[in-house]
Design a protein around this ligand. Structure first.
Ligand code: UFG
Length: 337
């Protein structure tokens, strides 16, 4: 019995693979390597001390998916795969809807054919409507402001519809806040191709001397230091959240249906606080410059983590300083390759 991880060599998928293998589970990684490298599977193997099966396949390729479900004894799926760049989704909405929605429907079809009905879905805090008060609770109204966000909202709905049509389906939606950090081994982490869209990968490249300075998108928000506030969570904590989610899906008293959980710390940090933590981690000053607000950004986003704590037993443990230290270790290894 194995857990299939779509997007298994991506940032969150790879850390979750390590966590699950260390728990004693069999995993199968599936990826089309559009935003990761085959070498990640080998690195996961080095961390856990044994080889982990990895299949190159695209969720848009139904025949390839069928082969994966025929070749392996898959019992549950964690679905990470998908395009995830907010700005790109505004420029190429059809590519995002096609890839993320059709890919998911293909996956659910293959699962149905093979009687696999347990799924954990990589959702996002972006599914909460922008006018919700913080902290965001799981029952806050949903809605998105860009095509990427809408794909997450729509996939959540597809999963609710599927679980309503067949009550044997058991689905957990994990709504991530801002995952950062890297595995403490320094062997796996986030390595976006091109210019990073997100704050911490950008700061990491500035610290490594690969980019000249960090642009702070707005210092005139109604926040203590004027910069945007987010709920940053260590990817290793997030990976443990997936292990707890799978454990919950397998509980004999769980009857199916769909549940959503926030995975965040419940604490917000500002852009300037993140930069200061990164400076402590790398021991040098990080040049930055305040520029205008980025369109679509909210002033403050953080989770209400109470439901995940009560129902999953999930609590984030690692601090912002640890997130930056682990990110920096990974970035240094990348730069020295
Ligand atoms: N920021 C900068 N400079 C940068 C990049 C970001 O100042 O170069 C700021 C942003 O304005 C924001 C904060 O840093 O205040 C965090 O920005 P990120 O781009 O790292 O993260 P977001 O909160 O914008 O987006 C993240 C995920 C999305 C997801 C969203 C859900 O990247 O996929 O959270 O809330 F949709």
């Amino acid at each position: 019995m194995a857990v299939l991880l779509t997007g298994g060599t991506g940032f969150i998928g790879s850390h979750t693979a390590v966590e699950l293998v260390q728990q004693g589970r069999q995993v199968v990684l599936l990826d089309n390597y559009s935003n990761s490298q085959p070498e990640v599977a080998e690195r996961i193997g080095r961390i856990v001390g044994r080889q982990v099966p990895a299949v190159e396949a695209d969720l848009l390729d139904e025949a390839a998916l069928e082969r994966v479900f025929s070749d392996f004894d898959i019992d549950s799926v964690i679905h990470f795969a998908g395009f995830k760049a907010v700005g790109e989704s505004v420029e190429k909405p059809l590519a995002y809807y096609h890839n993320n929605l059709t890919g998911t429907v293909n996956l659910l079809r293959a699962m149905s054919v093979h009687g696999v009905k347990k799924l954990v879905f990589s959702s996002s805090a972006t599914v909460y409507r922008a006018d919700n008060p913080v902290p965001y609770r799981e029952d806050s109204p949903l809605g998105a402001v860009n095509p990427y966000g809408w794909t997450k909202v729509m996939i959540e709905q597809i999963l609710r519809d599927q679980a309503a049509a067949d009550p044997a389906w058991a689905v957990l939606l994990l709504r991530y806040f801002n995952p950062i950090g890297a595995h403490p081994s320094g062997l796996i982490g986030e390595d976006p191709s091109g210019l990073p869209n997100n704050l911490v990968p950008y700061v990491a490249r500035v610290a490594a001397g690969l980019l000249p300075k960090v642009q702070v998108f707005g210092a005139d928000y109604d926040t203590p230091d004027g910069s945007g506030v987010r709920d940053y969570i260590h990817v290793v904590d997030l990976a443990r959240g997936h292990r707890l989610a799978l454990d919950r899906l397998e509980r004999p008293d769980r009857l199916g249906g769909v549940e959503a959980f926030n995975l965040g710390t419940g604490r917000g940090s500002s852009v300037f606080e993140v930069i200061a933590a990164y400076e402590r981690a790398c021991g040098q000053k990080i040049p930055c410059q305040t520029v205008g607000r980025r369109p679509g950004d909210l002033p403050v986003v953080y989770a209400d983590p109470a439901l995940a704590r009560a129902e999953l037993g999930f609590e984030a443990r690692l601090t912002l300083d640890e997130m930056c230290q682990d990110s920096w270790r990974w970035q240094r290894n990348l730069s020295s390759e």
